[in-house]
Design a protein. Structure first.
Length: 106
């Protein structure tokens, strides 16, 4: 397809399809008992467990390992400012879950 044949997409009304703040899932309401897989970008053995156990492992990682850690969820969550959902949590989101775990256990 040439550039002339490529249909142009109009995203001007995309915000109407975004979930509202009241029903948007965030890391603060991901259930601790949701199955998940902690993966490492360097190819180490994954941790297959519930979110709570994966976050506990994350808190034990050294800074370098934390930068390479990702959490693969079994149910996607919304991210602020995005239309689409994600199945993969980044280190910043894992830090937020670690803070939540600390708040809820202490």
């Amino acid at each position: 397809m040439s550039d002339e044949e490529t249909p142009k997409r109009d995203f001007t009304h995309a915000e109407a399809y975004m979930p509202s703040e009241s029903n948007r899932a965030t890391v603060d309401n991901i259930p601790w008992d949701q199955p998940a897989t902690m993966i490492d970008l360097e190819g180490r053995v994954p941790v297959i467990a519930h979110v709570r156990e994966c976050v506990t492992h994350f808190t034990l990682y050294k800074p370098h390992a934390r930068e390479n850690a990702r959490l693969l969820l079994t149910a996607p969550v919304h991210r602020a400012g995005r239309i689409t959902r994600t199945w993969l949590l980044e280190p910043v989101e894992l830090e937020a879950l670690a803070e939540r775990l600390k708040r809820e256990t202490h």
